[in-house]
Design a protein around this ligand. Structure first.
Ligand SMILES: N[C@@H](CCC(=O)N[C@@H](CS)C(=O)NCC(=O)O)C(=O)O
Ligand code: FES
Length: 110
């Protein structure tokens, strides 16, 4: 499987997916840590990919997504944004409904 195919599969299979540095329990960068904090506060399970363990994805995803940095939050197959956008949406009260809706849709489909 090519790296792009791997990315497409991850995005298709995980309704809430965070590409980040490190893991939610042990983020390796403050930007990823902030993203995890806001996303965790929404109270739903989310998948993550540690791009430090996956250098091919680190190299390819910015081109694929047309977004240069990490973290990257993908919901329902679409890029939501990075740390700044995640936090801004959380503070506006927009992140939680987005995440809840994606989680609900997925539960119904199971
Ligand atoms: N303002 C950015 C901060 C993220 C950022 O600047 N990330 C850098 C440093 S962690 C990055 O991913 N650089 C590319 C790389 O390390 O591969 C956001 O909103 O997400
Ligand atoms: S790893 Fe240095 S700013 Fe994220």
């Amino acid at each position: 499987m090519s790296t792009v195919e791997k990315i497409q599969r991850q995005i298709a299979e995980n309704p809430i997916l965070l590409y980040m540095k490190g893991s939610p329990k042990l983020p390796s960068c403050g930007f990823s840590a902030q993203a995890v904090q806001a996303l965790s506060a929404c109270g739903e399970r989310f998948a993550f990919v540690d791009i430090l363990q996956n250098p091919d994805i680190r190299a390819e995803l910015p081109k694929y997504a047309n977004w240069p940095t990490f973290p990257q939050l993908w919901v329902d197959g679409e890029l939501v944004g990075g740390c700044d956008i995640i936090i801004e949406m959380f503070q506006r009260g927009e992140l939680q409904p987005l995440i809840k809706e994606a989680a609900e849709k997925h539960k119904e489909a199971e």
